[in-house]
Ligand binder design. Structure first.
Ligand code: HEC
Length: 177
């Protein structure tokens, strides 16, 4: 075998050893089983694992962000039913998120769940593009204000907020066709 093959073989052995060390971090008795919930020691341990795996506010927010982009895409296609669908799921997801992180509840209420959600919902259901885009504009502002209030203002500097602007101008010219 040539010299550099030996180097590659040594690197692979090192990788395998490293991989093995990280398996060893799994809880005792779990390595052989894929049933990480049903075969946990007892109920408190089962719930602890589920709670840990479901994480905090970041997980629902990830879904909210995904749906927010889909809501935007639906408005571009003037598919108002789909936009409303995502807006309803965004509400549900944020509500469920505050069950996990009650400290976020006050801001969620103040910025989105109270009057704002209904106003945006009505705008999306209006069937009128300009009104619907104004609703989107309001939704966008609510998301961003809550991020500021909750000390995560850096969330606003990402494409879903910087690039997905309401298409009010386009819509107006489209309407006058
Ligand atoms: C309660 C106020 C609040 C509202 C309302 C809110 N957010 Fe958030 N958002 C947060 C917080 C807090 C985080 C950071 C979560 C963490 O650090 O675990 C976050 C994180 C995010 C993230 C990053 C998720 C990730 O991990 O990739 C996205 C995307 C996001 N929000 C989108 C939105 C959108 C879109 C809206 C409006 C439809 C919105 N948020 C409304 C508080 C809010």
């Amino acid at each position: 075998m040539k010299r550099h093959y030996w180097g590659a073989a040594a690197a692979m052995i090192a990788l395998m050893a490293f991989g093995h060390a990280s398996w060893a971090q799994a809880p005792e008795g779990q390595v052989a089983s894929k049933k990480w919930v049903t075969e946990a020691a007892d109920d408190p341990e089962r719930f602890r694992r589920i709670e840990k795996y479901l994480r905090g506010f970041d997980q629902p927010m990830w879904e909210v962000g995904e749906r927010y982009e889909k809501l935007y895409a639906a408005l571009v296609l003037e598919n108002f039913e789909l936009a409303s669908y995502h807006w309803a799921k965004i509400k549900l997801t944020i509500e469920n998120g505050t069950m996990k992180r009650p400290a976020r509840r006050a801001s969620a209420e103040a910025f989105l769940l109270s009057g704002t959600w209904d106003a945006v919902n009505e705008a999306l259901a209006s069937g009128d593009s300009v009104t619907a885009w104004r609703g989107f504009e309001r939704a966008r502002a609510s998301c961003m204000r809550c991020h500021e209030a909750e000390g995560v203002g850096y969330m606003n500097a990402q494409p879903m907020f910087t690039d997905l602007a309401p298409r009010l101008d386009n819509t107006v010219s489209h309407k006058s066709d």
